[in-house]
Design a protein around this ligand. Structure first.
Ligand SMILES: Nc1ncnc2c1ncn2[C@@H]1O[C@H](COP(=O)(O)OP(=O)(O)OP(=O)(O)O)[C@@H](O)[C@H]1O
Ligand SMILES: [Mg+2]
Length: 193
C-alpha cells in the first residue's frame, strides 16, 4: 500500500502530513511502515533522525530514479513525502500510489496548483485534500471546505493550526496531530484490501 503525499505547491504541510500519517499507521498496528523521503531537502528524514519513531523506517530518495526504486522495493505500508514544484518526481510517485493525499491551506485560492497536481494522478487512483494548519471556526475554513465540495474533490481531513503539530526536528509527534491524521489515514486506506 503506497500513500503518496504531494502537492506542487511548497510549504503547505507535505512533510508534516507524511510523518503524522506514518505515525498514525504505526499506532494502527501496521508493520513495517516505510517513509520514503523523495525531497532533497530531507525535512521529514531529518525530523525522524532526531526523534526516531519505533516502527518507521526512513528511506532517503532524493531523485526521481531513487524514489521510484525505493517505492517499488519498500514493504508494508509506504508513505512518500515529495518535493514541491517537481512535476517529474510527483508524476512518478503518484503513478505508483494506491492513494494520494494533497495537503492544502484554507484562504487564498490555490485551486490551480492543486488541480495541476490532480491532473498528474492516474484515473483510478483515489485522492483527497487535507486542509493543514486550519484555523477552526473561521470563515476562511468554511469557504475552503465548500469550495472543494463544489469542485467535487474529497476533503479527507482538517488539521488544526497548532504549535505542537508544526513540523520540525524539535518536536515529538503530538497526540492531537496523530488523532487528526488518523482520520486522514482511514480515508486513504478505504477500499484497500
Ligand atoms: N497543523 C499545523 N499547525 C501549525 N503549523 C503547521 C501545521 N502543519 C504544518 N505546519 C507548518 O507549516 C510549515 C510547512 O509545513 P511542511 O514543512 O510540512 O510543508 P511542506 O509542504 O513539506 O513544505 P516544502 O514544500 O518546503 O517541502 C512548517 O513550518 C510546519 O511546521
Ligand atoms: Mg516538505
Amino acid at each position: 500500500m503506497n500513500i503518496v503525499v504531494t502537492s506542487l505547491k511548497g510549504g503547505v504541510g507535505k512533510s508534516t502530513t507524511s510523518i503524522y500519517l506514518a505515525g498514525a499507521a504505526v499506532e494502527r498496528g501496521y508493520e513495517p511502515v516505510t517513509l520514503v523521503d523523495a525531497d532533497p531537502q530531507a525535512s521529514s528524514a531529518e525530523w525522524l533522525e532526531l526523534w526516531p519513531l519505533p516502527g518507521i523506517t526512513v528511506v532517503e530518495s532524493p531523485s526521481e530514479r531513487t524514489a521510484t526504486r525505493s517505492i517499488e522495493r519498500a514493504e508494508g505500508l509506504v508513505v512518500v513525502d515529495t518535493p514541491p514544484g517537481n512535476e517529474r518526481v510527483t508524476q512518478s510517485a503518484v503513478a505508483l500510489a494506491d492513494a494520494v493525499v494533497i495537503p492544502t491551506r484554507a484562504g487564498g485560492v490555490e485551486y490551480s496548483r492543486v488541480s495541476a497536481t490532480i491532473e498528474l494522478i492516474p484515473k483510478r487512483t483515489s485522492y483527497g485534500v487535507v486542509i493543514c494548519a486550519a484555523r477552526l471556526g473561521t470563515n476562511d475554513l468554511e469557504v475552503a471546505i465548500a469550495w472543494w465540495k463544489e469542485q467535487k474533490v474529497e476533503v479527507w481531513g482538517v488539521i488544526p493550526e497548532r504549535v505542537s503539530i508544526a513540523a520540525g526536528p524539535e518536536a515529538r509527534l503530538s497526540r492531537e496531530g496523530l488523532e487528526n491524521y488518523d482520520v486522514v489515514l482511514g480515508r486513504a486506506l478505504r477500499g484497500w484490501r
